[in-house]
Design a protein around this ligand. Structure first.
Ligand SMILES: Nc1ncnc2c1ncn2[C@@H]1O[C@H](COP(=O)(O)OP(=O)(O)OP(=O)(O)O)[C@@H](O)[C@H]1O
Ligand SMILES: [Mg+2]
Length: 447
C-alpha cells in the first residue's frame, strides 16, 4: 500500500529494515543506505536529503551512534507517542557525521536528518508503544514524518526497526514502500521471514505480506544461496565481507576494501528498490569505491610501463636462452655417449702406457663433456621454466590491465569478490602501481 507522505505532490519513498533475529545487519545496512542515498543524483542538481529514523527503542543503535556524540537532546519518536503530539518532532541534521562523500568538490550532496528512537533514561520505552493504539501510532508516525519532510525538503525516508515485531515495527512495515527483512542464510534465521510478516499482520492487518522482501546478509557460500533461492524469493543478498576478503592476501587496506564491497552491494540493493519509480535516488556505483581504487583505474594504462612488467618482458627472453642451453645440453650428452670408454677403474690406478694414456684422456674428456652437458641442461631447464612463467604472468597481467582500462573500478571490485586467484592479481596491480610517480603523488595528496 503506497504511503501518504508527499513532497512537491510526489510520494516520498519509505524504505524500512526488519530482521529475523538480532545482529543480522539491519542497522548497518540502514545507515549505509541513508548515507549512500545522499550521493544520488536527485532532481534539482543537489543530492537528495534523507531522513533516517531509528525505531529500535530496545538497542537504540543508530541513536547512540548519531546522537550521543553530539550531546543533542531532541524529542525521540517514543516521546512523540508518549506525548501524543507529532508536532514536537525534531529531525536533527547529522550530515557532519557522514563519512561517504562524492569525489569532486563541485558535487552537492544532500543532507542527512535523524530522528532518535528513545533516550537512554527511557528504560521502559517499549511499554509506551505496547500500550498505544496502533491506529494512533500510525497517525503520529505519518504526521511526524510529513512534518520533517516539509521542514527539510526530504526525498527519502529510511527506517531502522528492532528485531522483534513491536508496535512501531508493525506500523513502519505498513507505511513502507520497501519493507526489507534482513536475515542470515542459516535455517534458524532464514525460515523466520514468514513469521515476521505474520506477526506484523497480526498487529496491522492492513500490512500485506507480499511487501516484505527477503534480503540475506553475511552469506558465506554462494551455492548455499542457490539452494535457498529454490525455497523462496530472495530479493537481494550481501556476502559476509570478512569471508570474501580474508587476511591471507595481505592487502594493506583490507578494512576499507571490505567496506567498499559492502557499500557496492548496498548500492545494488538501492538500484533494485528505486529503479522503476525513483531512479533519481540510485547512487552512482562509483560512490562505493575507495580513492586508491579510482587512482588505480585512472593510471591503469601506465601499469604496462611499471618496473614489474618490464622485468616480466625481459624474463620472457629466458625462454629462448633456456631452450638454447637445453639443446646444447642434449647435444653434448648425445655426443658424449658416443665417445669410447674402455678404461676401467683398476686400469687407471696402475702405470699407464702411451696408448693407455690416450685412452684415459678420452675417458676424462667424455666425463667432462657429459658433466658440462648436464649442467647446460639443468640451467637450460631452470631458465626455460622461468621464461615460461614470466610469459604466462605477463599475458595474465596484460589481460588484467586491459580489462581495468576498459571497465575501470567495476572490474576491480568484481575481481575482489571472485576468489583468491583474482584477488592475487589485484594485489599485484596494487604493488605494481606503487613504483609509479603518479602513485607517489597520489599518496602524498592523501597525507
Ligand atoms: N555483510 C556483512 N559482512 C560483514 N559484517 C557485517 C555485514 N553486515 C553486518 N555486519 C556486521 O554485523 C554486526 C551486526 O550488525 P548490526 O548491528 O547492523 O545488526 P542489527 O541487525 O542491527 O543488530 P541488532 O538486532 O542488535 O539491532 C556489525 O558489527 C556489522 O558491522
Ligand atoms: Mg540494530
Amino acid at each position: 500500500m503506497p504511503n501518504e507522505i508527499v513532497r512537491n505532490n510526489r510520494q516520498v519513498p519509505v524504505i524500512s529494515f526488519f530482521g529475523t533475529r538480532g545482529g543480522v545487519g539491519k542497522s548497518t545496512i540502514a545507515q549505509y543506505v541513508a548515507e549512500l542515498l545522499l550521493s544520488a543524483p536527485g532532481t534539482d542538481g543537489n543530492g537528495p536529503s534523507v531522513l533516517l529514523v531509528d525505531l529500535d527503542v530496545h538497542h537504540r543503535q543508530l541513536t547512540r551512534q548519531y546522537m550521543e556524540s553530539t550531546f543533542a537532546n531532541s524529542p525521540t519518536f517514543n516521546d512523540l507517542v508518549s506525548l501524543d503530539d507529532p508536532s514536537k518532532v525534531c529531525a536533527l541534521n547529522v550530515t557532519a557525521q557522514v563519512k561517504i562523500q562524492k569525489g569532486t568538490s563541485d558535487d552537492r550532496n544532500g543532507e542527512l536528518y535523524f530522528i532518535p528512537s528513545a533516550s537512554r533514561e527511557d528504560v521502559d520505552a517499549y511499554l509506551t508503544g505496547a500500550k498505544a493504539d496502533p491506529g494512533r501510532v500510525k497517525e503520529i508516525m505519518v504526521t511526524a514524518l510529513q512534518q520533517a519532510v516539509d521542514s527539510h525538503q526530504v526525498s527519502c525516508i529510511v527506517i531502522d526497526c528492532t528485531a522483534i515485531i513491536d508496535m512501531y515495527t508493525a506500523v513502519a512495515a505498513e507505511i513502507s514502500d520497501a519493507a526489507l527483512c534482513i536475515t542470515l542464510a542459516e535455517p534458524a534465521a532464514f525460515d523466520r521471514v514468514d513469521d515476521q510478516s505474520a506477526r506484523i499482520s497480526a498487529i496491522r492487518p492492513q500490512f500485506s505480506d507480499g511487501f516484505m522482501k527477503t534480503v540475506v546478509n553475511k552469506y558465506l557460500r554462494a551455492d548455499r544461496l542457490d539452494d535457498l533461492k529454490k525455497t523462496r524469493d530472495i530479493y537481494h543478498a550481501i556476502p559476509f565481507t570478512k569471508e570474501v576478503l580474508d587476511e591471507t592476501e595481505g592487502f594493506d587496506n583490507i578494512d576499507e576494501l571490505r567496506l567498499a564491497i559492502f557499500k557496492d552491494y548496498v548500492v545494488q540493493l538501492l538500484e533494485k528498490v528505486f529503479r522503476f519509480q525513483w531512479p533519481e535516488l540510485i547512487p552512482p556505483p562509483s560512490i562505493a569505491f575507495p580513492a586508491y581504487i579510482t587512482h588505480l583505474a585512472t593510471i591503469a594504462p601506465r601499469l604496462k610501463n611499471s618496473r614489474w612488467m618490464k622485468i616480466l618482458r625481459a624474463g620472457i627472453h629466458l625462454t629462448w636462452i633456456g631452450l638454447l642451453l637445453s639443446v646444447i645440453g642434449i647435444g653434448g650428452l648425445t655426443y658424449s655417449s658416443r665417445m669410447p670408454s674402455n678404461v676401467t677403474e683398476s686400469e687407471r690406478t696402475r702405470d699407464l702406457s702411451y696408448t693407455e694414456v690416450a685412452a684415459y684422456s678420452y675417458f676424462t674428456d667424455r666425463t667432462a663433456t657429459s658433466n658440462a652437458s648436464i649442467l647446460f641442461l639443468l640451467f637450460g631447464g631452470v631458465m626455460l621454466s622461468a621464461g615460461l612463467t614470466a610469459r604466462k604472468r605477463n599475458a595474465l597481467l596484460n589481460v588484467a590491465i586491459d580489462s581495468l582500462v576498459q571497465e575501470r573500478e567495476i572490474w576491480l571490485m568484481r575481481q575482489l569478490e571472485k576468489g583468491k586467484k583474482e584477488q592475487r592479481t589485484v594485489m599485484r596491480l596494487f604493488e605494481m602501481s606503487k613504483g609509479l610517480p603518479e602513485t607517489n603523488q597520489f599518496l602524498e595528496r592523501q597525507i
